[in-house]
Write a new protein. Structure first.
Length: 273
């Protein structure tokens, strides 16, 4: 599939799998992304507050969580990469369990992402995800940090294995957040990857594309290849664009243009009223 020249056939398979799982509905999430150095004055209509940072110690991580928690004001609150926390623990499960417990006690609800390619293989990823869940933290998003095209199938298989063992993931974003400069993927590679992820990870409800990273053009095409969730939609509108160009109006217009029905969801992947 990842090398097939029959893009129409690949897209048809991905779309059929999407329709079988969620029908014509495509969800989207408005996310307020913060860092310890950049805290916005408002979170707008965010359905999730997400802290992006790489802590050097348990103390630093818990301090950042406690400082950011009031901003969430009852909304789903996630933070950190599972890979960064594993590295901070030196891959020691006992130390990692201590970290998870401290973060939960500080008020954290979920780990922001689990980059499958950085967790040392499916077996280790399963152990780390299970440890987070045992510590009271959700791990709703599987991601890929960096993946040349010839490694993507193996990473999709690993993600499916982790899901089969843990049932943790609500969404999987199979397109890498970092594209290798010496061998960047093409748009054809990306849509084939989306279709493969949708077909191979049927127990993960949502195959996700990052709206802020990939933009409306690829996001629309990805829907036709099996994607059914768009993440990273802005939570604060730009007043100068007017109400018809608000983040919500824009994303819903783009989803409808892909012949799908938009549904806004929160960071728990539940529909918002």
């Amino acid at each position: 599939m990842l090398t097939s020249p029959d893009l129409i056939g690949v897209g048809l398979l991905g779309e059929m799998a999407r329709q079988a799982i969620t029908g014509d509905k495509v969800t989207y999430g408005r996310v307020c992304v913060i860092t310890p150095q950049a805290v916005p004055g408002e979170i707008g209509e965010a359905g999730e507050v997400r802290l992006q940072a790489r802590p050097a110690s348990i103390g630093e991580a818990t301090a950042w969580v406690k400082a950011a928690l009031p901003l969430a004001t009852g909304r789903p609150f996630s933070a950190f990469s599972l890979a960064d926390l594993v590295a901070m623990a030196g891959s020691d499960l006992a130390k990692l369990t201590e970290i998870f417990g401290a973060l939960r006690a500080a008020g954290l609800q979920a780990i922001a992402e689990a980059p499958v390619d950085l967790l040392g293989g499916a077996d280790r990823a399963i152990a780390f995800v299970r440890a987070a869940m045992a510590g009271g933290l959700a791990v709703p998003r599987a991601t890929i940090s960096s993946a040349p095209i010839d490694t993507r199938l193996g990473l999709i298989e690993a993600t499916a294995a982790v899901q089969a063992a843990t049932g943790a993931f609500k969404a999987f974003a199979p397109l890498p957040t970092n594209d290798p400069a010496d061998s960047p993927a093409t748009g054809y590679d990306d849509v084939r990857t989306v279709a493969a992820a949708r077909l191979m990870c049927r127990s993960i409800p949502f195959i996700q594309v990052d709206w802020s990273m990939y933009g409306p053009k690829l996001a629309q095409v990805a829907i036709a290849y099996g994607a059914n969730d768009l993440d990273g939609v802005a939570s604060v509108d730009r007043p100068e664009l007017g109400s018809r160009r608000s983040a919500r109006e824009e994303i819903e217009r783009q989803i409808r243009a892909a012949f799908a029905t938009p549904v806004e969801r929160d960071g728990r992947y539940e529909a918002r009223a």
